[in-house]
Design a protein around this ligand. Structure first.
Ligand code: TXA
Ligand code: MG
Length: 334
């Protein structure tokens, strides 16, 4: 299959520029497209064959439900029984943006989308290209992150091209995504707002509106989204999170090491592959997946990654993804 690749400037495009991609969605095809979090692999949420082809293309386990992306509340209402009052408040504050809301599903939401659950996940992206694509398609678009299952999520179109060129109909290149980490997933199908996956909308921000909000599993931080149980975000190189001075960890590794750390520590790593995380956790979050893939390209066998320093709304999300990519491998240096 030939994959058509379009470059679209998110700050300067016309609705017509998305006509082709929308026609692919309407014909049951797959489109790689940008959102403000990561690139998504989109299909028509109402077309069972198209939805199933997403699982196939990604190699995704079929018990892992998908997020329906919408461009307005009316479209959201098609997929849910009734929008709970508290969910409506969250939508008012955080939509469009990096917040996915789980609600009781309507009959319209297909089992292949929800993996047979009685709830459905819905999100309204803020990215203008994503927004316009949904609008032009006139249907909800299911979109997991546009990576082969298990690999780091794509934050630039080149990652999508690497994983899916020749396998999907169309890819839209709109440059780097803003947050670089997937959306916060919050379950609003029960009374207590429960965050199942941390993202740029932090638990703290949600607690400003609902002080009883918790992380899934009753505040233990153990997520109950099906997707959170799988091996995730893994580059080929072995990732170790370092708490403490990274230079002291070098003695423990003779292999080809890449270091992910904040820019201001750069001079400590002469002779090593240095992958700059930026100045704070928002930068680090935006770059994490990019840097994990970069380490592989540079031929690193081992990645030593600085533990996030905290102080940002994305810190929990960054730590969650980083620790998963390290499969819990954390080295504490006193
Ligand atoms: O930022 C994002 O959310 C990106 C962009 C493309 O929008 N999408 C994304 O999709 O990360 P995906 O499929 O990689 O992750 C969806 C997560 C999974 O952990 C899945 O288990 C969970 O949402 N999820 C979906 N529906 C659910 C439901 N009904 N109940 C619980 N968890 C659900
Ligand atoms: Mg994913």
């Amino acid at each position: 299959m030939e994959t058509k690749i379009f470059t679209i400037d998110p700050l300067n495009f016309k609705p017509e520029d998305l006509e082709y991609a929308a026609s692919v969605i309407n014909a049951g095809g797959l489109v790689g497209f940008p959102t403000e979090t990561v690139y998504g692999l989109g299909a028509d949420a109402d077309n069972e064959l198209a939805v199933k082809s997403i699982y196939k293309a990604k190699g995704r386990p079929s018990d892992n439900p998908l997020i329906v992306h919408v461009d307005d509340i009316a479209l959201c209402e098609k997929y849910v029984q009734k929008i709970p009052r508290k969910a409506e408040i969250l939508m008012g504050r955080f939509w469009g943006g990096p917040l996915t809301i789980i609600m009781k599903k309507s009959k319209h939401a297909k089992d292949c989308v929800t993996a047979g659950l009685d709830t459905v996940a819905v999100r309204m992206p803020s990215h203008p290209v994503a927004h316009e694509l949904i609008k032009a398609s006139k249907t909800g678009i299911v979109a997991p992150s546009a990576n082969i299952s298990g690999r780091p999520s794509p934050t630039v179109a080149e990652h999508v091209i690497k994983d899916f060129n020749g396998k999907i109909d169309c890819i839209i290149n709109s440059g780097a995504t803003r947050y670089g980490l997937e959306s916060t997933v919050i379950d609003m199908s029960m009374d207590v707002p429960t965050v199942l996956r941390p993202g740029a909308v932090s638990l703290e921000m949600i607690r400003e509106m609902f002080p009883d909000a918790v992380y899934g599993g009753g505040g233990t931080g153990t997520p109950k989204s099906p997707g959170m149980k799988y091996k995730h975000y893994a580059p080929k190189a072995k990732v170790t999170v370092i708490k403490g001075e990274i230079t002291k960890a070098f003695e423990k590794s003779a292999e080809n090491v890449a270091v992910i750390d904040y820019d201001y520590n750069k001079d400590l790593y002469k002779g090593k592959i240095f992958l700059p995380a930026g100045c704070d956790d928002s930068d680090y979050g935006a770059r994490l997946f990019y840097l994990l893939r970069k380490a592989d390209e540079e031929g690193a066998q081992v990645i030593f990654a600085a533990d996030p320093k905290g102080g940002s709304n994305v810190t929990d999300a960054l730590r969650n993804r980083l620790y998963k990519s390290a499969a819990g491998e954390i080295l504490v240096i006193e």
